[in-house]
Design a protein around this ligand. Structure first.
Ligand code: AMP
Ligand code: GLY
Length: 427
């Protein structure tokens, strides 16, 4: 069968690469994809953007696509699944009503509250004066969050009350995040170690994927501005089996039940961003309604089960009947980014060394790349995610960094300590 993946990042390259290995899939179309998906055997790019929902529906129908797999969140929040299903096109993911778990932080707090699941204390504001008065009474640090989607930029960790005030003025007065920031949360700052808990959910059952962790800060030592993620690995030692059991019992099951009770059952990928306190207690920082990027890249390297089987089981409510088999090896991915990211950066630089980097235990997933006159050039902030398997995390890391050293483009930078937190924990 023919399937359509939407999106253009490293996550979508990894999904397309994995789906192309399925015996039952003849062709993977990617809208719009990148240079990596363009060069992948069994994969073909389509010149449609991931957020052109109506055109994607029309395209899927005309091209006899049998299943659509959206990558990014914004089209899900805007109702891509609802539109596809209304047109009779099977589509993997949550409806717009269920995607509000990511699309509205206030909604996700309501669900967490109804579920009795642990999360940071917060207050919600739409007017500036009461928000500023609240800040006067709170100890710093605190966290100011725009309610809606803000391309990963709507969360400000305020070290001082003044920084919190500036963030509130930016959102509520200067509309720095447009509509998304006209409702804000002021949240307690949580201490601990962050981890990603990614599961398939079929409305009722929860099938956790292997554990993973990403590095959100731009610079070594988890310093510098927040990014979409500079690297990731699986498994993540912080999510040992006790912590995983707690996350299932205290967060995932109650939240899935609460969503069903609200009349908005959740189907698709549910990603809980967690803060794990030193005693192993998980608290929810946020929900995402899609695979993590770059967490998806190491996960797809390790997944042995046919992803199509898992997607079908999710759509059909059979997740209690299936198992996922994983490569016991570790996988680690290092993001190579364009100089200036996460701020502004140049595009169009030629990338060299891509072909020597790939081998049986290394896969270079493309993110911000494009083809130009037969050459692969940079076209985004996060350019590549160089991902490797190894018998241990240090082995996976060394292989990934070996491959990174083969690849170059003008202005390229990467973190040199991906996996460091896990290695400290293992020692
Ligand atoms: P979010 O989009 O809500 O996950 O926030 C983005 C990032 O901000 C998270 O990945 C954390 O690193 C950080 N963050 C968010 N909320 C909190 C919190 N309550 N305490 C500490 N850090 C937070
Ligand atoms: N890596 C973080 C995210 O996908 O949201």
């Amino acid at each position: 069968m023919k399937v359509l993946v939407t999106g253009s990042g490293g996550r979508e390259h990894a999904l397309a690469w994995k789906l192309a290995q399925s015996d039952r899939i003849s062709e993977v179309l990617v809208a719009p994809g990148n240079a990596g998906t363009a060069r992948e055997p069994g994969v073909c790019n389509v010149p449609l953007e991931a957020d052109e929902n109506a055109r994607l529906v029309a395209f899927a129908i005309t091209e006899d696509v049998e299943l659509v797999i959206p990558g990014p969140e914004a089209p899900l929040v805007a109702g891509l699944v609802d539109q596809m299903e209304r047109a009779g096109m099977p589509c993997f993911g949550p409806t717009a009503a269920a995607a509000r778990l990511e699309g509205s932080k206030v909604f996700s707090k309501e669900v967490l509250d109804a579920a009795g699941a642990p999360t940071a204390g917060f207050r919600e504001f739409t007017a500036l004066e009461p928000a500023l008065a609240h800040v006067d009474e709170r100890p710093a640090p605190m966290v100011v969050k725009a309610d809606g989607l803000a391309a990963g930029k709507g969360v400000i960790i305020a070290e001082t009350r003044d920084e919190a005030r500036v963030a509130l003025r930016d959102m509520l007065e200067s509309r720095a995040f447009g509509e998304a920031g006209l409702r804000v949360l002021v949240e307690d700052f949580l201490e601990g170690e962050e981890a990603s808990f990614i599961a398939l959910v079929d409305g009722e059952h929860v099938l956790p994927l292997a554990s993973s962790q990403d590095h959100k800060a731009r610079d070594d030592g988890d310093r510098g501005p927040n990014t979409g993620g500079m690297g990731a690995y699986s498994p993540a030692p912080v999510l040992d089996s006790d912590v995983q059991a707690r996350v299932m019992n205290e967060v995932m099951h109650p939240v899935v039940r609460a969503m069903r009770d609200k009349g908005t059952p959740f189907r698709g990928v549910l990603y809980a961003g967690l803060m794990i306190s030193p005693d192993g207690a998980p608290r929810v920082l946020e929900f995402n309604v899609r695979f993590g990027d770059p967490e998806c890249q190491p996960l797809m390297m390790r997944m042995r089960t046919d992803l199509l089987d898992l997607i079908e089981a999710t759509r059909e409510g059979r997740l209690d009947k299936v198992r996922v088999s994983w490569d016991p090896r570790c996988a680690l991915g290092v993001v190579m980014a364009s100089g200036g990211y996460p701020g502004s950066y140049a595009k169009g630089h030629e990338i060299s060394g891509l072909d020597t980097a790939d081998n049986s235990s290394v896969k270079v997933f493309h993110a911000g790349t494009a083809m130009n006159d037969g050459e692969v050039v940079t076209a985004g902030g996060r350019v590549l995610c160089v991902t490797a398997l190894g018998d241990s995390l240090p082995e996976a890391r060394d292989r990934a960094y070996d491959a990174v050293s083969d690849i170059s483009f003008e202005g390229a930078f990467h973190r040199s300590d991906i996996g460091a937190r896990a290695l400290v924990r293992q020692q």
